[in-house]
Ligand binder design. Structure first.
Ligand SMILES: Nc1ncnc2c1ncn2[C@@H]1O[C@H](COP(=O)(O)OP(=O)(O)OP(=O)(O)O)[C@@H](O)[C@H]1O
Ligand SMILES: Cc1ncc(C[n+]2csc(CCO)c2C)c(N)n1
Length: 261
C-alpha cells in the first residue's frame, strides 16, 4: 500500500518549513473564500505561489488583510491576488475595480450556476499549474468552514470532486482534508500549531474497515458509518498519526490559537 505523507507545515513560517521539507518542496496555491479571513492568512499568503479569490473572497482580502498586517504599509496594494474568479454576484464593484487596476486577472463565470466558486477556482488552478508543480501541489482554502452549512458542505464536496488533488479546507479553528482510500497515510503533527482534538469521518459511503495509530482512541479494523460510529472528539497522542482505510475519510484537526499559548 503506497504511503502518502501529510504535514500542516504551511501553518509555520516558510523558512522553518523549507528546512524541514528538504528536497521536494510543496507548491501551494491559496484560494480565499467569502468568509472572514483566518488570522494566519498572511502566513498562507507567504507560502503560496499562486493566490486566487473566489468571487466575494476578494472583499474579505480587501477588508480584512489590513487588520491582520497592521505593521505593514499599503497592504491592499501588496496583497494583490493573481486571479479573481467566480460568478461575480458577491464581489463589490469598488473592490473589483481596485484589483483590476492593479492587474489582477478577472474571470467572470456568471454563466455557470451549477458549480460553486470554490470548484471554479480549483479547476482553474489545475488548468494552469505545470505537470511538475501538479505532483507537489497542495491547495489551501481560507475561510472554508463555519458560517453557512450549505457552503460548508459544498466545500467538503469539492474535496470529494477533486479527490486526487491535495486540498486543505481551513478556518481559524480547524482544518479538513480528504484521505483517499487504500493508502497508508502518515500525518505529521506539528503540535505547536495543531491538535490535540481530531476526527476521522467517512464521507459519501460507510467505511468497512479503518485502522489507525497515534490516537487516544485508535480504530482497529473498525467499521464507521453515519448512524453508527464516526470518530469525533478523538485526541492525537503521537508525533505521527497513521491511517489506513478501505474508504475515503475526512481528517480534521484543531488549529491552535497561538496568541493564547
Ligand atoms: N458562510 C460560508 N461558509 C463557508 N464557505 C463560504 C461561505 N460563504 C461563502 N463561502 C465560499 O466562498 C465562495 C465564494 O462565496 P460567494 O459569497 O462569492 O459565493 P456565492 O456563489 O455568491 O454564494 P451565494 O450566491 O450562495 O450566496 C463560495 O463558493 C463558498 O465556497
Ligand atoms: C440542484 C441544484 N441546486 C442548487 C443549484 C444552485 N447553485 C449551485 S452552485 C451555484 C453557483 C454559486 O456561485 C448555484 C447558484 C443548482 N444549480 N442546482
Amino acid at each position: 500500500m503506497a504511503v502518502m505523507t501529510h504535514s500542516s507545515s504551511f501553518l509555520l513560517p516558510p523558512t522553518i518549513t523549507d528546512a524541514v521539507n528538504g528536497s521536494s518542496p510543496t507548491t501551494y496555491a491559496l484560494i480565499i473564500l467569502n468568509q472572514r479571513l483566518p488570522r494566519f492568512s498572511p502566513l498562507l499568503w507567504q507560502h503560496a505561489k499562486i493566490r486566487l479569490c473566489a468571487d466575494g473572497g476578494a472583499n474579505r482580502l480587501f477588508d480584512n488583510m489590513p487588520e491582520l498586517c497592521s505593521d505593514e504599509h499599503n497592504v491592499q496594494e501588496r496583497y494583490k491576488p493573481d486571479v479573481i474568479k467566480g460568478d461575480m454576484d458577491s464581489i463589490r464593484p469598488d473592490v473589483l475595480n481596485f484589483y483590476k487596476n492593479l492587474g489582477t486577472m478577472i474571470v467572470d463565470n456568471s454563466d455557470d450556476q451549477d458549480t460553486t466558486d470554490l470548484h471554479k477556482c480549483i479547476a482553474y488552478v489545475l488548468d494552469i499549474v505545470s505537470d511538475d508543480d501538479k505532483s507537489n501541489l497542495c491547495i489551501l482554502v481560507a475561510g472554508a468552514l463555519g458560517g453557512r452549512f450549505d457552503h460548508e458542505m459544498g466545500n467538503i464536496n469539492s474535496l470529494c470532486r477533486f479527490s486526487t488533488t491535495r486540498i486543505v479546507l481551513l478556518s481559524d479553528d480547524c482544518l479538513i482534508q480528504l484521505l483517499p482510500s487504500n493508502r497508508h497515510h502518515q500525518i505529521h503533527i506539528h503540535s505547536s500549531v495543531e491538535g490535540p482534538h481530531c476526527g476521522l469521518i467517512p464521507i459519501g459511503a460507510p467505511s468497512g474497515s479503518s485502522t489507525t495509530t497515534g490516537l487516544q482512541w485508535n480504530l482497529d479494523n473498525t467499521e464507521m458509518r453515519f448512524g453508527g460510529l464516526v470518530s469525533t472528539s478523538n485526541i492525537v497522542k503521537g508525533e505521527i498519526v497513521s491511517v489506513r482505510s478501505d474508504s475515503d475519510l475526512l481528517w480534521t484537526i484543531t488549529i491552535k490559537n497561538q496568541s493564547s499559548n
